[in-house]
Design a protein around this ligand. Structure first.
Ligand code: SF4
Length: 553
């Protein structure tokens, strides 16, 4: 468990890194120093009110108050309970966490507490290490993830459903193509704003291109596409992180710019061979042999985005003259942009219609599918797609996040037509509401957002404890350290949590028993590991049906 806790420290730190970039961006925006604006003042107010932040001033003043409040909370010691968790987490969970002494302090204090426990001969008890991972997971979900996503909503729009072009066919070699990679959408969105100006399209045409495009890619792309609509400049979404080598080898890329997370150390070899500019845009990203870089600074976002676009345009002629591109790649569409707000709006203004179909059995349950993608035991996305198909066939509504979401978008499962793959109950719900059976719910960072939605469902059903809800967490192809902390949070949150491939904890039989059996009587959460699709979903259905009986629906 020591190694598992170290992995969780890495995942939580990385989520928090992104969050702090968002907070810096929101502060600079409120001070009028970025090309962005407060796009969702109502959300700013409701979020500030939930946190108990003063909302009497202007939008900019409220934003600064909110940023100061969350920053103070991030910096609490681990012995000082987090005000954000107190304000946002369901009361029933808070009671459980207090009883178990895993109610967290500030995320920075928790990171220090966990890291200090991981040295040789410090904490030698697997259960204690697992509890430390849980309190870190709780701090991460509420402080890093929810604060991050809600503040990005405030800046860049609440996700609302719309269509988006997806798959590698969005890459057209005759355009100047700038492709962001990572998780942070700031510079990429600034570039879309600039590239939409006629003078920038003219610059691209002056070097012989048909135009200038920003192409969304992996999780930076998911952050973008869930909030902004496509056009001929913001053209579409390529795929998840394992698609990276195919994208780079397409011969269509002029600029690949990399923020935090999921850029590979072999990318410079591709840049050399396929003649594109490879530029890190975050201090944490470094490539051997790549000396050019632009470290994102919110106050300089406009200039930095313009410099990046100019690099892409300057690259076009050489790339087009020397590289034979791959053409005719597939392109499809997906409906993206579901969030708690947009789901409630699709339901006519309240959760009631969803609760009604859940209660009357039209749909049997809900699955939050939060996954990476990995080649560890099957092909790219193979297991994710088969698990998702099996879930909807059994009338389970799926909310998809992370690289798994990208897989399902490209597989055509986030389209209305996918209702034909759903069971009769879910199919009728899709037809009534005009929604796909798999709702594209954003990135792996949206794990916190879905915890907030589950908290709202629990409350609306009459404060039913989270472990008793007909809801499961599903990670069919987890891979990265961020995914392991998401799974540990799901256990602390009290969810049945399905993971695959087999986690690297099997050497510790006591720990395996703790996570897969004992935990159910401790937090209410339980870890289930199963490599076979049908058996995995059968076990999830059994859990869902048991819970339905327990709560009398
Ligand atoms: S889902 Fe996993 S692999 Fe994909 S971007 Fe997030 S952490 Fe990386």
């Amino acid at each position: 468990m020591r190694m598992m806790l170290i992995r969780n420290v890495l995942g939580a730190s990385t989520y928090q890194y992104h969050t702090e970039q968002t907070i810096k961006t929101l502060i600079a925006t409120a001070q009028g120093k970025t090309p962005f604006k407060i796009s969702e003042p109502e959300k700013l107010k409701t979020f500030a009110e939930r946190l108990g932040v003063d909302t009497s001033g202007t939008d900019n003043e409220i934003a600064i108050n909110l940023c100061e409040f969350v920053t103070e909370d991030f910096n609490r010691t681990f012995t000082n309970s987090s005000e954000i968790v107190k304000a946002l987490a369901p009361k029933e969970r808070q009671d459980v966490w207090n009883k178990l002494d895993i109610f967290p302090g500030g995320i920075h204090g928790e990171l220090m507490f966990s890291t200090s426990s991981c040295l040789t001969n410090v904490d030698g008890y697997y259960a204690s290490l697992a509890f430390k991972a849980m309190r870190l997971g709780i701090a991460m979900a509420y402080q890093s993830q929810i604060v991050n996503e809600f503040c990005q909503d405030i800046l860049f729009n609440i996700p609302r459903p719309h269509k988006m072009r997806v798959n590698l066919g969005v890459l057209d070699p005759d355009y100047v193509n700038a492709v962001p990679n990572g998780h942070e959408p700031f510079l990429a969105l600034a570039m879309v704003q600039i590239a939409r100006k006629p003078e920038w399209q003219k610059k691209a045409k002056a070097v012989g291109a048909k135009g200038l495009r920003i192409i969304a890619n992996i999780e930076t792309g998911q952050e973008m596409i869930q909030r902004w609509e496509m056009d001929d400049v913001f053209y579409g979404f390529t795929g998840n992180w394992i698609s990276q080598e195919a994208i780079l080898a397409s011969g269509c890329i002029d600029l690949f710019f990399c923020d935090m997370n999921c850029s590979m150390s072999i990318d410079p070899i591709y840049a050399e061979k396929y003649k594109f500019k490879l530029i890190p845009v975050s201090e944490v990203i470094v490539f051997e042999g790549i000396t050019d870089r632009i470290n994102y600074k919110p106050e300089k976002a406009e200039d930095q985005a313009s410099q990046l676009l100019q690099m892409a345009i300057d690259n076009f002629k050489e790339r087009r003259a020397s590289i034979e591109p791959v053409i005719g790649l597939e392109m499809g569409e997906a409906i993206v942009g579901f969030s708690t707000e947009s789901i409630i709006s699709a339901l006519g203004g309240s959760l009631d219609p969803l609760l009604k179909v859940l209660k009357d059995g039209t749909i049997r349950g809900i699955a939050g599918l939060i996954s990476c993608t990995t080649l560890r035991d099957k092909g790219q996305d193979v297991h994710t797609i088969s698990i998702a198909k099996e879930l909807i066939k059994n009338d389970i509504l799926v909310l998809a996040m992370g690289c798994g979401n990208g897989a399902l978008q490209i597989a055509g499962l986030c389209l209305l037509e996918a209702k034909d793959l759903a069971g009769p109950g879910l199919k009728s719900l899709c037809e009534t509401l005009g929604i796909p059976p798999i709702l594209s719910y954003g990135t792996c960072t949206d794990t916190g957002r879905i915890a907030d939605l589950i908290g709202a469902i629990s409350k609306a059903l009459g404060d039913i404890p989270i472990p008793d809800l007909p809801i499961v967490a599903v990670a069919p192809e987890y891979m990265e350290q961020k995914a392991t902390i998401d799974a540990v949070f799901a256990l602390a949150f009290g969810l049945y949590t399905y993971v695959n491939p087999v986690p690297t904890v099997t050497g510790g039989s006591d720990l395996v028993k703790f996570l897969t059996v004992d935990c159910k009587d401790i937090t209410g959460g339980v870890l289930h590991v199963e490599t076979d699709t049908v058996q995995a979903v059968a076990a999830m259905l059994e859990h869902i049906e048991t819970n339905r009986k327990k709560i009398g629906i």
